[in-house]
Design a binder for this molecule. Structure first.
Ligand code: CO
Length: 362
């Protein structure tokens, strides 16, 4: 699988006359090598050459993560000696290069300074090509995403009965994270959002010490990771009886979510889908309160391409995966967001989320 992915990358490199791709730890390195490492003060690089050679430059402490299945040349260094020697070795292996491709959006300046010790003429961004490859999910990736979604849905179900008057947002977040861990989640891809009452007006309202009160809407936006793949779910629930204004906001967002999802199929653009949801919210008089894009791509990263937003003319294709998450946020009143995870199919879409979108009254 990783081998296949590298071949696709190499054929793009050849088209663009890139001699070597140098990747830093993160989702791209994982995607092409299976190596799951964190970007840190210990220099770690993977080099993939246009003639299909693979090199790992990494600290000794991570050596156990590379095995025969990674099929590359290992250049390691100890904490005491530092990476200088290993870099010289890599330089010798790679020889004189014309063009080196790196990830402009993730490489640290410190890492870039290090690769300047290699011999090359040009540096170019290989990130765009990689995003394009990663946008097309294969069946295994889709399966991991379905399992991640199952974890978030079951965890929400298990958490809802614990939400009562006087419970803090952080307690709700802790319970959710515990339930996800129990079900095999490898971690939280982003800080869990539990935003109740007036705090619901903050689209990114991380769980706080605020206690939940009767008559409030609670926006719960949280994620799980399964085999590296992220699920990202939002539901808004009501504790006790909520005002007609809040109920109306909820029904508009639900309508926007459902209409946008129903329109997903190959050939539509990212802009088109955003526009459908935005139109419904605008026509209901809440246009200025929907302050973010409709959705983001999802996969090994919680946010990746494609982005569902105004003026993005990217045409949807089978295998693309993204969220649809319209919202309304009114200061001093509250907020609503409903978020599902979708995959584009040959004829339409698959909604990975099966959880009800009716307003949940606790
Ligand atoms: Co999201």
């Amino acid at each position: 699988m990783f081998h296949n992915r590298r071949e696709k990358l190499i054929s793009r490199m050849q088209q663009q006359h890139i001699d070597v791709a140098v990747l830093v730890p993160g989702s791209n390195m994982y995607y092409f090598t299976g190596l799951h490492l964190k970007q840190s003060e210990r220099l770690t690089l993977t080099a993939i050459t246009a003639n299909n050679q693979l090199y790992f430059l990494l600290p000794q402490v991570e050596l156990n993560k590379v095995d025969a299945s990674n099929a590359g040349t290992i250049l390691s260094y100890s904490d005491e000696e530092g990476p200088a020697q290993a870099i010289q070795q890599l330089k010798k292996e790679l020889g004189t290069l014309q063009t080196m491709g790196v990830e402009f959006d993730t490489m640290h300046v410190k890492e870039q300074k290090t690769i300047e010790k290699l011999t090359y003429d040009n540096l170019c961004d290989i990130g765009e090509s990689i995003h394009e490859l990663r946008m097309e999910k294969d069946h295994l990736e889709m399966d991991f995403m379905r399992q991640a979604v199952q974890i978030v849905e079951e965890s929400l179900e298990a958490t809802l009965p614990t939400i009562r008057v006087g419970v803090s947002e952080m307690e709700v977040a802790a319970r959710l994270e515990y339930e996800m861990r129990r079900r095999g989640s490898e971690g939280t891809p982003f800080g869990t959002i539990v935003a109740s009452g007036y705090r619901g007006a903050l689209p990114h309202g991380r769980a706080s010490t605020k206690k939940i009160e009767a008559g409030e809407l609670i926006v719960i936006d949280f994620g799980a990771i399964y085999k590296g793949y992220v699920a990202d779910m939002t539901r808004t629930v009501a504790l006790g009886d909520v005002s007609p204004t809040l109920k109306n906001m909820y029904s508009i967002v639900k309508q926007a979510n459902e209409a946008a999802i129903a329109a997903i199929k190959p050939g539509m653009t990212a802009h088109d889908i955003d526009n459908i949801a935005r139109g419904i919210i605008r026509d209901a008089g809440y246009g200025e309160y929907f302050t973010h894009r409709l959705g983001h791509g999802i996969g090994l990263s919680a946010h990746e391409e494609p982005y569902l937003m105004q003026r993005n003319q990217l045409v949807l294709k089978p295998g693309m995966a993204f969220t649809v998450e319209p919202g309304i946020y009114v200061q001093d009143v509250g907020g609503v967001r409903i978020e599902d995870n979708l995959i584009v199919t040959e004829n339409g879409y698959e909604n990975l989320m099966t959880y009800s979108k009716e307003l949940i009254m606790l």
